[in-house]
Write a new protein. Sequence first.
Length: 285
Amino acid sequence: MTTVAEKQLLQPNPATQGFRCKLCGGNRFKLRHEWDIGDIWNQTKIPLALWDCEDCGLCMLSPVPKPEDYPGQGDWFTPEKKDLSRKYWFKTFRRRLSDRLVGTKKERFYRQCVQAVSSGRFLDVGCGTGALMELAAKNFDEVVGVDPSPIACEVVRGKGFRVHQGLLEEVKLERDYFDMISMDSVIEHVLDPVAVMRRCYDALCPGGYLGMVTVKLNGLTNRYRGAGWNGYRHGWHTILFTEKTLQACLDKAGFEYVRRPRRARPLDDMLILWGRKPLPMGGGR
C-alpha cells in the first residue's frame, strides 16, 4: 500500500500556484481528498482535489474545472450530468414522509425566510426552476431570480417571473432594493464567497436579510462517508463550509450576526445561516 508520503499528488498544492485562501488570504493548504479521472465520483475530465486552508479551515477545490471539463458544459440541469446520490429505499421513504409531515426542504427554508422578512421584494439567487420563487410570490410584491442555467431560466420565465441569466457576479442588480435574498444550495458553487456575499449586501435594502442553505462540512454524514460523501458533489462544489467559516464570510462581507431565524443545529447535515444588512445609524425599520 502506498503511504501518504510516497503518494504522487494528482494536482499540485495550490500554494505552489500562487493561490490564496478566499477567506483569510493565507497560502498554507492541506490535502483533504482527491479523485482521479475515471473515479466513480469524478464526472469531470481532470483529476479533482479538495484542500483545507490551514489558517482558517475553509475548504476549496483547486484547480476548478473549466466548463468544457464538465458534462453539458457545467449546466447543473443538463441531462448529461449523472446523479450519484445514494438512493436507498429507506432514504426515499423518509424524505417522502418528511415532506408530508413538515413540508419539503424548500418549504421549510421558506418558512424561515418569512420569519425574517414577510413582504417586499424577494431575490432568489440560484433559483433553478423556480420552486422557491413560487412560494415567495404568495407573500412578496416582487419576486426575481438569478441562475446561470439557460434550461432553468426558460422554465422560470414560463412561470411568469423575471429572471437574470448568468452568475450573480455578472448580472446587473438594483442597489439597496431587495428585502430578502435567498441562496439555497448556491454558495458552495461560487469561486469567491465573500465577493458574492458583498454583491448581495449591495443589492439589499438596509435591514434586509440574506439567507443561505449549504451542506455542512465535517458534519456527521461527512465524517462517516469520507471521500464518498454526496455533499462534496465532486467537481461541482468549489467551496465547502463549516458553520464557523460560513459565518466568518458573512462577517467579512459586512453582515450583522443574527440569531433568528433558526441557525445551524449540531446534529444537522445542512447549514442554514443568516446575515442582516445593518441599518443606518439611528435608523429604524
